[in-house]
Ligand binder design. Structure first.
Ligand SMILES: Cc1cc2nc3c(=O)[nH]c(=O)nc-3n(C[C@H](O)[C@H](O)[C@H](O)COP(=O)(O)OP(=O)(O)OC[C@H]3O[C@@H](n4cnc5c(N)ncnc54)[C@H](O)[C@@H]3O)c2cc1C
Length: 250
């Protein structure tokens, strides 16, 4: 089996990490060929679709951890109710249930040689932000702005001393808001070459990308900005919006 492939796995552990974040650990022999060092990258869960085409629905989840000895892959799921197949699957699945995954896709790491770092995102990007923050050099400086649904959803993350962490509490991420953007804009700009990493809801991502590129003159090669979901749209709608947005942003 090649490193990027479809794999049949089993849910081996499931527990609440915080009130709105479920940790699900998948295991199975087919992980023997899973490549190491893919944390911050993603896999796609293949979920059954009700449509007549019978094609499965795919949903992206970040590789929070991979244990190549135990053959265990750790994914963290924001619980946003049973309005989406992935969120509904995560809340109802039980240890022993089977799931197929596709991937892994590309890792999403900051450029470690930058002078300073600006990392921002909502709860869907918390697994990827955590990996990035844990990998930063110990003398790294900058900011991490992290939006979560409640005070109790804050996680303890290993962060270099000079990375200032700002938690933004937003219990209604599916209603129009600018909390993440407002917090980012309030922070004073540092000297030197920055590396910006942003992942969150589509409109918030567009606001932040505009802010960094147009107001802070951050160059194309110094910013990763990705929409991880889109308010009022399924993942298929988010992908279509992302495609139009990328074409317009070229
Ligand atoms: C590269 C990548 C990595 C990702 N990693 C993670 C991860 O590690 N953990 C994680 O939880 N998510 C992650 N996401 C986001 C996740 O894929 C989306 O939230 C996805 O839409 C969930 O699918 P679903 O089937 O539950 O809902 P969908 O069928 O896609 O959507 C159904 C409804 O739910 C709404 N919705 C979707 N997500 C949210 C949300 N977070 N909050 C409120 N409403 C929502 C939609 O707007 C829509 O109205 C990642 C996305 C990408 C692109």
């Amino acid at each position: 089996m090649s490193s990027r492939a479809l794999r049949h796995l089993t849910v081996v552990k499931k527990y609440s990490l915080t009130p709105n974040m479920l940790r699900i650990i998948l295991g199975g022999d087919e992980l023997a060929s899973f490549p190491e060092g893919q944390e911050s990258g993603y896999v796609k869960l293949c979920l059954p679709s009700n449509s007549l085409s019978g094609k499965s629905l795919k949903r992206s989840y970040t590789i929070r951890a991979f244990d190549s000895e135990a053959l265990e892959l750790t994914l963290d799921f924001v619980n946003h109710g049973d309005n989406g197949p992935a969120s509904a699957w995560a809340s109802s699945v039980q240890v022993g249930d089977k799931i197929m995954i596709d991937g892994p896709g590309a890792v999403k790491l900051v450029n470690m040689s930058a002078d300073w770092f600006f990392i921002a995102g909502d709860m869907t990007a918390l697994p990827a932000m955590s990996v990035n923050l844990e990998k930063l050099p110990s003398d790294a400086k900058g900011y991490a702005v992290i939006e979560v649904l409640s005070e109790a959803d804050k996680q303890s993350i290993q962060v270099p001393a000079n990375i200032e962490v700002h938690w933004v509490i937003n219990p209604y991420p599916d209603q129009e808001n600018t909390c993440l953007v407002d917090c980012v804009k309030k922070l004073s700009w540092l000297e030197g070459d920055v590396d910006v990493w942003v992942a969150c809801e589509f409109e918030a991502m567009r606001h932040l990308r505009r802010y960094f590129k147009q107001e802070r003159m951050v160059g194309r090669g110094q910013i990763y900005a990705s929409s991880y979901w889109k308010m009022g749209e399924t993942d298929e709608g988010n992908k279509a919006a992302k495609k139009r947005d990328t074409e317009a942003d070229l």
